[in-house]
Design a protein around this ligand. Structure first.
Ligand code: FE2
Length: 234
């Protein structure tokens, strides 16, 4: 997050800050430990302007996806937390705790708030291609080759029936590709997320219609923020 913020130009930061103008100062302590404290959760600023991922993801898609969908999940989480003893938990801890509740409404919205914040961080303008260094070695070891990783993530993303997410995760000390249905998240399964691609139709339909595979290829070829993945891997 720190590096992502540093990479933002001032105009981008201002635009992102305005886009998240709902936000009371100080309530966002950083990602992924988005703190709530006594204040409601805020929509975290996008790490780039809404049109910065064009032509691969349009500003129109980002405007709806971030400004309407992500904002909606944050708002619903705040509403559902009112009057509960879980208000004040950082978002990641809230997601893990809510996963055990019988009523899934809080989990679904809190997990979607977290998943989207994570998804934005995993992309950047002029990203994509291959990572370097230790991360590349880890991917080659886990998947046989970078192409093996690419095939696994593409398969998870395009093979997800209906809405959901495809992920690169750390499970124990192993890199794995997985997918989750609807709002579900690796946080609820003891895995550490490293990268995700949103395969809900709202993520790509304005730009790609039913061509989910083209969207996933654009994500891998032009958008992945490998620095963020490396930092998450540690
Ligand atoms: Fe989404």
């Amino acid at each position: 997050m720190k590096q992502a913020l540093q990479e933002m130009d001032r105009r981008g930061f201002l635009k992102a800050a305005l886009a998240g103008s709902a936000v009371a100062a100080g309530a966002l302590a950083g990602f992924p430990g988005i703190a709530r404290g006594a204040e409601p959760f805020n929509l975290p600023p996008l790490p780039y302007p809404e049109n910065a991922l064009e032509p691969h993801i349009s500003g129109r898609t980002l405007s709806f996806h971030y400004g309407k969908h992500h904002q909606g999940y944050v708002n619903n989480t705040n509403r559902l937390l009112d009057g509960t003893d879980m208000a004040g938990l950082p978002l990641e801890k809230l997601v893990k705790k809510a996963a055990g509740l019988k009523d899934k409404a809080l989990f679904n919205n809190a997990a979607q708030a977290w998943n989207h914040a994570f998804y934005w961080q995993g992309m950047k303008p002029r990203g994509g291609g291959k990572p370097g260094g230790k991360l590349m070695e880890r991917l080659e070891k886990a998947f046989g080759s970078f192409e093996g990783f690419r095939k696994a993530l593409t398969g998870a993303a395009t093979g997800q029936f209906g809405s959901g997410w495809a992920w690169l995760v750390l499970e124990g000390n192993s890199l794995k590709v997985t997918n989750t249905l609807n709002a579900d998240t690796p946080l609820a399964h003891g895995q550490k997320p490293l990268l995700t691609v949103d395969v809900w139709e709202h993520a790509y339909y304005l730009d790609y219609q039913n061509r989910r595979g083209d969207y996933v290829n654009a994500f891998l070829d032009h958008l992945v923020n490998w620095n963020f993945v490396s930092e998450s891997l540690g």
